[in-house]
Design a protein. Structure first.
Lengths: 132, 162
């Protein structure tokens, strides 16, 4: 993190994006995996019943996705990440595989803890939510 | 993440990346917060701005293409307020308090398994706060806890010594 590479700049951007959540700022959340605004800060992934979300850190380029799930309201556990370019389109298997990978990591880390799931986004984030 | 720069050398690129992105996120929050409190609809805001609703919708969704003017115009259109510039010393203690949810207190988690298919998998750990204690190891998952009144920060879980 003390270097001058593009990767360092990227990490700085990701850190700022994560701090946005942890500092309680309003975040934009995509409710439907296949029908959401491209600009969403965070979005449910398919199948939504599995409770996996991705934080969509878009800038600076290259974009990346941090996959994780909520342990309880306002508590998000980041599990895996991928460059967005590796995931392809919504119909490609790479994205589904990344979601499954996050589920597997969760299950191995916390076998006795269920991921939070709800139909209402407000059950995940107690305030500061803008659905897109 | 931040510490005040000392000496003549270059500032680490990560810190420069952080402050730029943070400002954009902070301004986005400012506008979204004002918009939610105003009770306006996106269509009404678009009318006030004389802009297309889809553009306003996009601008509310993310600050990626915002200019300084975008912030000023949106805030003024929402509630008649304007932005006052101020600075914060980088050495000011952050809002973060590095807490964990109660059910994770004292819990020791194993590192996550290696990812099949390769690809870098350590970005998460490299954003550990500068105050990370010895014993915090790479590949630790991150607990991020947020929400109003519960402002906490990113904390790598401590991993048991192997």
């Amino acid at each position: 993190m003390n270097g001058s590479s593009k990767e360092d700049v990227r990490l700085g951007g990701l850190y700022a994006d994560l701090e946005r959540f942890t500092s309680g700022q309003i975040v934009t959340v995509g409710d439907h995996p296949f029908d959401k605004d491209n600009s969403a800060y965070m979005a449910r992934t398919n199948p939504v019943q599995e409770g996996i979300f991705d934080i969509r850190s878009a800038a600076p380029s290259p974009a990346l996705r941090l996959f994780g799930a909520f342990c309880e309201q306002d508590v998000f556990l980041g599990l895996t990440w991928r460059w967005r370019s590796e995931l392809g389109g919504r119909d490609e298997r790479a994205f589904d595989f990344a979601v499954m990978q996050a589920m597997r990591v969760w299950d191995e880390l916390l076998p006795d803890c269920r991921r939070l799931y709800s139909d209402n986004l407000e059950d995940y984030i107690s305030g500061g939510l803008h659905a897109v | 993440m931040l510490s005040k720069h000392q000496g003549k050398g270059p500032i680490p690129a990560a810190q420069l990346g952080f402050v730029g992105r943070k400002l954009r996120n902070d301004l986005h929050h400012l506008v979204l917060d004002a918009f939610q409190k105003s009770g306006l609809t996106q269509a009404e805001l678009a009318d006030r701005l004389g802009a297309d609703k889809s553009l306003v919708c996009r601008q509310l969704g993310a600050p990626g293409n915002w200019t300084i003017d975008t912030v000023a115009k949106m805030l003024f259109a929402i509630n008649g307020s304007y932005v006052v510039a101020a600075t914060v010393d980088a050495d000011t203690p952050a809002l973060a308090n590095y807490t964990q949810p109660s059910w994770l207190q004292g819990k020791v988690l194993p590192p996550p398994p290696a990812f099949a298919g390769g690809g870098p998998s350590t970005v998460v750990m490299t954003i550990a706060p500068a105050t990370a204690k010895p014993g915090v190891k790479p590949n630790a998952p991150i607990i991020a806890s947020g929400g109003p009144g519960n402002a906490t920060s990113i904390k790598p879980l401590e991993i048991a010594a192997e």
